[in-house]
Design a protein around this ligand. Structure first.
Ligand code: TTP
Ligand code: MG
Length: 392
């Protein structure tokens, strides 16, 4: 028998809310809710005290306030969460180079190659929990298993501050009694379909003939059936390939007049350009997404012959792409750049088309450096200086 891989999934507890309590200890023990505080905002996360009152991620803030009027409502402070996230990820990387972050507060680690150095996988998970707590003051829950899917479920098993170990050979005993909703990636519609067949647990799904599941649910059903049967050989992938870089904003107040639309597009283009340059990426395809107040969404793309990362070029292209035949007012605008050439080469510019001229590269780099040090609003195009803050 081959020796198993050991995978740890780590997930910070009530992450944004816990950071807020860390920075303001008087909030400890109180229901803390972090989210978009404008009229149509939603909850990003809630402390466990707030969850006990029924508040959870994605709930409209207005609804949360009804359920929990005594809650402490705070805005999202992304830069601070990113700061803590990089400390947490650096703790993870001390134990293995095979770290696959899934978001700011969550990662898979393959520690198979670290066992000789640091002890068993459960020992490593315990050591990481201790280090994260001593270096940030925050708790992280961990799941240890021989497969990604099982490690992910295990980390959520005893939250907060949990450590759940699924020993080799115990996989099915652990997984099969759990409800179908626990399968990683099962959507509500599929879950309802499975329940309509009379299934309740993951074991119920696992025991069906695979052909029956594929016949009804196609390839996604096949994937779920494999997971239910503990067949998951996906590797931890430390370098997740970035396929696109984008930014979209949902506005508290729908925007209508062309001038406001253009200012928002420029603001988005600046953010996307900055992120492209931070990742040293240039993309060939620019995509604009717009949603109107009736929730109708349109996307338009343009693929260029030379890759770009300059906000002025992005802005010019999305203005061209804007669907003039569609009706606002606009509720959401988004820009993304994708289609990154395999080898990053300096683009050959067409010197005879003035609008294809890049902004001065040194100026862009200087803007990025200053913005990194002083936050988003450090330096920006003059036309954005008095832009009202409409976004979440
Ligand atoms: P999660 O790990 O899903 O949630 P959590 O860390 O707040 O709570 P726990 O893991 O203990 O259940 O998400 C991590 C952060 O991502 C969360 O603190 C806020 C943010 N987030 C959103 O902004 N919107 C969402 O819908 C979700 C689920 C999370
Ligand atoms: Mg979390």
């Amino acid at each position: 028998m081959t020796s198993p891989r050991w995978i740890i999934h780590l997930d910070m507890d009530a992450f944004y809310a816990s950071v807020e309590v860390l920075d303001n200890p008087s909030l400890k023990g109180r229901p803390v809710i972090v989210g978009g505080l404008f009229s149509r905002g939603v909850v990003s996360t809630a402390s466990y005290e707030a969850r006990a009152r029924g508040v959870h991620s994605a709930l409209p803030i207005a609804r949360a306030k009804k359920l929990c009027p005594e809650g402490v409502y705070l805005p999202v402070r992304m830069a601070r969460y990113q700061e803590i996230s990089s400390i947490v990820m650096s703790v993870f990387r001390r134990y293995t180079p095979l770290v696959e972050p899934l978001s700011l507060d969550e990662a898979f680690l393959d520690v198979t190659g670290s066992l000789k150095l640091f002890g068993s996988a459960p020992d490593i998970a315990a050591a990481i929990k201790k280090d994260v707590f001593s270096e940030t003051g925050l708790t992280v829950s961990a799941g240890v298993a021989t497969q990604k899917h099982l490690a992910k479920i295990a980390s959520g098993h005893k939250k907060p501050d949990g450590l759940t170990i699924i020993e080799e050979g115990q996989e099915q005993d652990f997984l099969w009694p759990l409800p179908l909703s626990k399968i990683w990636g099962v959507g509500q519609v599929t879950q309802k379909t499975l329940e309509s067949w009379g299934l309740k647990t993951i074991g119920d799904l696992a025991s069906l003939p695979v052909e029956a599941v594929v016949k009804k649910l196609g390839s996604s059903g096949y994937k779920l059936w494999l997971l239910a049967n503990c067949h998951d050989d996906r590797a931890v992938e430390p370098e997740r390939v970035i396929k696109s870089i984008g930014h979209e904003d949902t506005y508290a107040v729908d925007i209508e007049d062309p001038e406001s639309v253009n200012r928002e597009l420029l603001a988005l283009a600046v953010k996307v350009g900055r992120r492209l340059r931070a990742h040293e990426l240039k993309g060939l395809t620019v995509t604009l997404k717009v949603r109107n107040n009736e929730f109708k969404t349109w996307t338009r793309s343009k693929t260029l012959s030379q890759p770009l990362d300059d906000h002025q070029e992005i802005y010019r292209l999305v203005r061209e792409l804007f669907p003039k035949d569609k009706k606002g007012p606009w509720r959401l605008l988004g820009i993304s750049v994708s289609n990154f050439p395999e080898i990053r080469t300096q683009p050959q510019r067409d010197l005879f088309t003035p609008h294809e001229q890049p902004s001065d590269l040194r100026l862009l780099n200087a803007m990025d450096t200053i913005n990194e040090r002083f936050g988003q609003s450090g330096l920006q195009p003059a036309s954005l200086l008095d832009k009202p803050d409409l976004e979440e």
